[in-house]
Design a binder for this molecule. Structure first.
Ligand code: S3P
Length: 438
């Protein structure tokens, strides 16, 4: 997805305040759980991005009634979802379209595994290249039947009313895979357990508890007991730290910068970006909102202030990767401004919305960067200033935005082709820089 070219001019510094869009990961989960809960839920601050719209489109295809209102002052959406209860979806009249969204197709498949009819889900060119065996194998072991195109979408899922619980050891650290299995486990006869390779974002576990399900964690094992019904909730989605990361990096990169990020999610499984930026030399203050403000939905949020203080050389090791998986493109962009960054154990980047390792090395290289591509990562060194030029986002939202942040430090302008891809997670992204440059 995504069209259009955007020209990014170099910037001396960035200063100001940013309120990022609602967290994409959390929004998907709240919408999915609200759809299978009993009663009407309201979700405030639902992301305006195309991926979150894909989840709503698929849910409507399954008979879920959803009302959307746009809040102009705050930018986000308010969504009202009439829950259909466990196993309450209707067989869809058409193929569902998950667009560009891996989270939508993988997590929804976990719920469809418990619905006794056939559903086909497809997506755009990028999604139809992404690996699905990682969810097909466990969901089939639980009792669903899933047809695919050689392990890729479209998927045709034939669910079962009697799902068996599963003891699952995923091969890759993936919150989407963990979530698909936990969501199927919610419908199984007994306790389903996922034993994680490395800890990944825990929004599904928190959201399940919020909606009234019994989820426990012991070491690396997460367990859910099947059968409990969920109750509707009134929830607020915190700002997306993965979207905020672009402005955090811009502030860390440019001398004299200070950016205040407001209303941003501070879930510890997502704040790896703060740790890596500190290691690279940025000065960062984090102020969690008091509980009275953040409510009891289980997702902490607050304010992050980032100031430039020079840039150092840093490594991101395999165990750090799940905590910054979506921020690695913009961290690569940071290392074009100063210091150096070496990343290993990040082979998963090759199966994201694009092959992010090769597309990053190619794109940053075209702008003049010194990038070394590796099978499971990359190394970027700020040995010379970028000259700018033409670069293509390859339909990948995070690359469109990462190239824009790299371009701020170039000696000349940069044209980002396919920049419209940013709308997948952050439609307002390209209108923010003007307010920060002022
Ligand atoms: C996500 C998990 C990550 C991340 C993706 C969103 C989620 O994917 O890259 O953007 O919402 O659970 P994996 O879990 O497949 O690594």
């Amino acid at each position: 997805m995504g069209t259009g070219a955007v020209i990014v001019q170099p910037a001396a510094r960035v200063r100001g305040r940013v309120r990022p869009p609602g967290d994409k990961s959390i929004a998907h989960r709240y919408a999915l759980l609200a759809a299978i809960a009993d009663g009407r839920s309201t979700i405030h601050g639902y992301s305006t991005g195309a991926d979150c719209a894909s989840t709503l489109r698929c849910l409507r295809g399954l008979g879920v009634e959803i009302r959307e209102t746009r809040l102009h002052e705050e930018g986000g959406l308010v969504i009202e979802i009439a829950g259909r209860g466990l196993r309450g979806f209707q067989a869809p009249p058409d193929v569902l379209d998950a667009g560009n969204s891996g989270s939508t197709i993988r997590m929804l498949s976990g719920i469809l595994a418990a619905h006794p009819f056939r559903t086909s889900i497809t997506g755009d060119d990028s999604l139809r290249r992404r690996p699905m065996r990682r969810i097909i194998v466990p969901l089939e072991r639980m009792g669903a039947r899933i047809l695919s195109d050689g392990g890729r979408p479209p998927l045709t899922i034939e669910g079962s009313l009697r799902l068996a619980p599963l003891d699952f050891h995923p091969e890759v650290p993936s919150a989407q895979v963990k979530s698909a299995v936990l969501l199927a486990g919610l419908h199984a006869d007994g306790v389903t357990r996922v034993h994680e390779v490395l800890p990944t974002r825990d929004h599904t576990e928190r959201a399940l508890r919020t909606f009234g399900s019994e989820v426990t964690q012991s070491g690396a094992t997460i367990s859910v007991r099947g059968g409990a019904r969920l109750s509707a909730r009134d929830l607020v989605v915190p700002g997306d730290i993965s979207s905020a990361a672009f402005w955090m990096v811009a502030a860390a990169a440019l001398n004299g910068s200070e950016v205040v990020i407001e209303g941003v999610g501070l879930n510890p499984t997502r704040t790896g970006i703060v740790d890596v930026l500190r290691r690279m030399g940025a000065r960062i203050d984090v102020a969690p909102a008091p509980r009275a403000v953040s409510g009891d939905a289980g997702e902490p949020f607050g304010t992050i202030v980032v100031r430039h203080e020079g840039l150092l050389e840093t490594q991101v090791a395999p165990e750090d990767v799940p905590g910054v998986i979506d921020e690695l493109p913009v961290l690569a962009a940071l290392a074009t401004h100063g210091g150096a960054l070496s990343v290993s154990g990040a082979g998963e980047l090759r199966v994201k919305e694009s092959d992010r390792i090769s597309a990053l090395a190619d794109g940053l290289g075209r702008l003049g960067a010194d990038v070394q591509e590796r099978p499971d990562g990359f190394a970027v060194r700020a040995s010379r200033r970028l000259h700018g030029g033409d670069v293509n986002a390859h339909g990948d939202h995070r690359l469109a935005m990462a190239f824009a942040i790299a371009a701020l430090g170039a000696s000349g302008p940069t044209t980002i082709h396919d920049a419209g891809a940013a709308a997948v997670s952050y439609p307002e992204f390209f209108s923010v820089p003007e307010s920060l440059r002022a």
